[in-house]
Ligand binder design. Structure first.
Ligand code: ATP
Length: 235
């Protein structure tokens, strides 16, 4: 579904922050993206959610050559991608409920369906009581859960998440992973950047590993559905 061939990326006139990146994401696959701070994970995710274009190499996106995709076509493609940003990017003037409802409203869903669905999802991520709160009054972990709910509510074709469990406790991290695994089961292709080695090992999905802008290995594995009650504690 998505392939990178010798892709390089730089910011402005700076040096390459990604070099010769080659990999393939099959439709419905689930990968973790790991690597030390500054390795290029967020930069690679930006290419994946079409926020930036590569400075060299070939990217096929939803089986189309990215270089041939017209600028006007990009918003339509972006609507097929759910993104959990590292800094959440919630809309401050909207409640948690309205932030999560937004992708469904844009899609033209009926109000009653939106209400049921948003409530169900916010309850699942433990925010039933905080539904009407504005982002400014939410903790970091609460904001992160709103951001995740907003990214998954639409059942996107591709979900890209940057450290989506960085601000929550191990029990909630497992619960959120369960959400991603369930989404993956119904066909969403998933890429999650994470520093949490325990989580990566517990889920057991294949791993894309970056170091200083180079992809160092692609390890195998099959994502396992975590028990939402699992605490994530080390044995
Ligand atoms: N907007 C930018 N302009 C210029 N350089 C940038 C920009 N964003 C990131 N970089 C540089 O690109 C390199 C890769 O950064 P990136 O944020 O992709 O790494 P990362 O692996 O996601 O790091 P972390 O785990 O700390 O989030 C770093 O050297 C960083 O300084």
């Amino acid at each position: 579904m998505i392939s990178f061939e010798n892709v390089g990326m730089r910011y402005g006139m700076g040096g390459e922050v990604l070099s010769d990146i080659t990999f393939r994401l099959e439709r419905g696959s689930f990968h973790f993206l790991v690597g030390p701070s500054g390795a290029g994970k967020t930069s690679l995710l930006k290419l994946l959610y079409l926020a930036r274009r590569p400075s060299r190499g070939l990217i096929h996106f939803f089986d189309k050559d990215l270089a041939r995709i017209e600028r006007e076509e990009l918003p339509r493609l972006r609507r097929r991608i759910g993104v959990v940003f590292q800094d959440f990017r919630l809309l401050d003037h909207l409640s948690a409920f309205d932030n999560v409802a937004l992708p469904l409203q844009i899609k033209g869903a009926k109000r009653i369906q939106i209400a049921d669905h948003v409530e169900e999802l916010l309850s699942w991520v433990g925010l039933k009581d905080r539904m009407h709160a504005r982002p400014a009054t939410l903790s970091g972990g609460e904001k992160q859960r709103v951001a995740i709910a907003r990214a998954v509510i639409n059942k996107p074709d591709l979900l890209v998440a940057d450290e989506p469990t960085g601000n929550v406790d191990p029990e909630m991290a497992m619960r959120l992973m369960h959400l991603f695994v369930e989404l993956n089961k119904i066909g969403t292709t998933i890429v999650i950047a994470s520093h949490d080695q325990h989580l990566v090992e517990t889920i057991g999905a294949p791993v894309l590993s970056l170091d200083k802008g180079n992809m160092t290995y692609l390890a195998g594995g099959k994502p396992r559905d975590p028990d939402p009650d699992e605490t994530g504690a080390q044995p």
